[in-house]
Ligand binder design. Structure first.
Ligand SMILES: [Zn+2]
Length: 129
């Protein structure tokens, strides 16, 4: 791994304070990131960068949306495949899979449907029809 800015190959990992803005909401957290020993700029590290973005998504989902665990639990409760469940809430299977992996946040329109299903489970039958 080397620094994109100065080309230095010596890097170190330290805890970094993040201030993310996701869909207009501030998400603050710390996670380990890689830095350049020479110029102290952030150096790309696929694993650490991926962990940081998952952490941010998880925090956002916990606070403002819905966690992957809640979605999986709801889907399993109805014993539905990802394919069928995504059809019922109106998103693509790809979007659902990515959300269940914790890689993305579902669009607000789908979140409303999911919240509704959690609060009023019987509405699933109208959606299936
Ligand atoms: Zn550098």
């Amino acid at each position: 791994m080397k620094c994109d800015i100065c080309g230095c190959k010596e890097t170190y990992v330290k805890e970094h304070k993040h201030d993310f803005i996701i869909k207009g909401k501030k998400i603050n957290f710390t996670s380990n990131r890689r830095f350049c020993k020479n110029c102290n700029n952030l150096v790309y590290d696929s694993k650490l960068d991926n962990d940081a973005s998952k952490k941010a998504i998880n925090l956002y989902n916990k606070k403002y949306a819905i966690t992957k665990e809640e979605i999986i639990e709801l889907r399993k409760k109805y014993n539905l495949s990802q394919e069928l469940f995504s059809k019922i809430i109106g998103c693509t299977k790809k979007e659902l899979v990515s959300c269940e992996k914790g890689n993305s946040i579902l669009n607000d329109n789908y979140l409303i449907i999911i919240r509704n299903l959690i609060n009023k489970p019987e509405t699933i039958y109208t959606l299936i029809k």
